[in-house]
Design a protein around this ligand. Structure first.
Ligand SMILES: [Zn+2]
Length: 197
């Protein structure tokens, strides 16, 4: 096998959910359909690299503010805090929440050396400081140990702000990640959210 094909297979195998076997299949598939699939992939990837923008809320879009922050029909005074963009997508799919989001871009982790400075927290705290701007902060970090600790940290920082801080209802499987929970469970956890204590 030529080294450039091997390099491509290795590249795909570094993506989440893909092992060497599925990477080989994808590469073969792309190479077999050079004029359509491969061409389109190159075009879409080139465009997305050029156009992708990071919104202040941590979401991505091809313009800033992102499509959620731009949407005036959404309740701007409610912010759902999630770890990753994939969590935002998971919640959006449930059609339960019509407020705004704030994506942390990670989670506090002593093991990985990730402290509050490494997360997208400054903008969130600033917003909450402004009198009357934010009514509710919904902490929707994963129900993992780190997710709980991160929620705890944010709630503590917001104690003085007067903002109502809630957490998704229990009943979400312990250790579970939002992205992998079925829409019904996530939607219920959202509706039954309660004050963070
Ligand atoms: Zn945004």
């Amino acid at each position: 096998m030529s080294s450039s094909i091997e390099e491509l297979i290795y590249l795909f195998s570094r993506l989440p959910g893909l092992g060497p076997k599925s990477s080989r299949r994808i590469v073969l598939h792309l190479l077999k359909d050079k004029n359509n699939l491969l061409n389109d992939s190159i075009r879409y990837l080139t465009n997305i690299k050029k156009d992708i923008k990071h919104c202040i809320c941590g979401n991505i879009d091809i313009q800033t503010p992102c499509y959620i922050c731009r949407d005036n029909k959404r309740e701007k005074n409610k912010i759902c805090v999630v770890e990753e963009i994939s969590d935002l997508w998971a919640i959006e799919k449930t059609n339960t929440f019509k407020g705004n989001y704030h994506v942390l871009g990670g989670i506090l982790s002593a093991v990985d050396g990730i402290g509050p400075e490494e997360l997208n927290l400054g903008v969130l705290f600033e917003k909450c400081k402004k009198e009357g701007e934010i009514k509710e902060i919904i902490l929707a970090t994963n129900s993992t140990m780190e997710g709980q600790l991160t929620a705890q940290y944010i709630a503590e920082q917001l104690l003085e702000s007067g903002v109502f801080v809630t957490r998704l209802a229990h009943g979400m499987p312990i250790g579970s990640e939002l992205d992998f929970i079925d829409e019904g469970t996530l939607s219920t956890a959202f509706k039954l959210r309660s004050q963070f204590k």
